[in-house]
Design a protein around this ligand. Sequence first.
Ligand code: SAM
Length: 370
Amino acid sequence: MVDIENELKHYKVHFQNKVVFCNCDDPYESNFFKYFAANFNHLGLKKLIATCYDPSPIAGKQLDIFGEGILEEAEKKAYKIEITEVTDVNNDGAINLSDVEYLIKNDKNVLSKLVGNGDYKSKECEKLLEESDIVVTNPPFSQLNDYILFLYKHKKKFIVMCNHNIVHYTEIFPLIKDNEMWLGYNSNKTVRFAMPDYYEKWDEIIDGVKYGKVPSIGWITNLDIQKRHEELILYKSFNEEEYPKYDNLDAIDVEKVSDIPCDYYGIMGVPDTLLDQYNPKQFEILGADGIPKYANELKIGRIGEDWMKRYRENGGTGHYTANMRSIVLTKNGVPKKPYSRIFIRRKQHTPVEYLQQEIPVSMAAEDGKR
Ligand SMILES: C[S@@+](CC[C@H](N)C(=O)[O-])C[C@H]1O[C@@H](n2cnc3c(N)ncnc32)[C@H](O)[C@@H]1O
């Protein structure tokens, strides 16, 4: 929940009067559903929809919360929950999750069985997707590529928890490059996930719940966020010793994002962590190492036998071959293989142009409050 809160607190202006859909979320195990149910009025939501996927191990086990009989048909089946208002329905003097539970138990329009298994691609879930404005969830990471492309195809706004590796996916990177989607506020972090009790491997148990630690977790979104309008402060100057050119591409290598020189306007290879601080007004993304399309576009040459020989003689390891078209360099006489590089170029603009760049009014207002 803390990870969800830390990300979603930045998007409040986007949720006002919107239909939010959590489409990989069993309401009784998903903290995404709980976050939106608990903050329904605070965020000014128009509607909250959550659909549960049939094979979810938890589905149908929560009869104590639903109350006897409510789930007779839906038990162990996929179902959906649709909430359009949260008031003090249980008359306990407060508006909170207990009202949502009361609604689920007592209002037959809130909980209903799905015809199919709740697959996000199924016709009925696709219909709910059409009806929604913003999709927020953490989908099965094994399906991340197809999941994001599915939302993109449907022209939906989304905030999706994902594995940072997604930025290197052949079909996703071009969309990031073309500013169709970008990283959220939190990226590339190790996050604790609650795991079903029957899992035999876990990292820690807290209050009887098993947790696994998963590295490289971040968020991807296509909602305009303030972070994307912030400029990276560059302070280093270019010099040939510190920023060697690649042996097979006319571009310099920059080892750390904070080292990007302020006075170089050619192509630079930088670690993909730049995407966490990327402002499209400051930099243009040209490609990524490891994706063949960009090896062609940027004309990255073969690694070559000579470099491979020198690399192995220097104790270099890894599955590289002379025919690969992936960037390599030689620094102070030592062959090096840079890792996870994306290729960028500075955009030239004056400080006045930067100050004049447009920030959506609602976002500027919200930022003033922070
Ligand atoms: C990483 S878990 C996240 C669950 C939930 N968002 C949460 O935070 O608790 C992924 C969820 O996606 C569900 N799922 C797997 N395949 C799915 C599919 N094709 N359509 C919809 N949901 C799916 C799984 O059952 C699981 O509950």
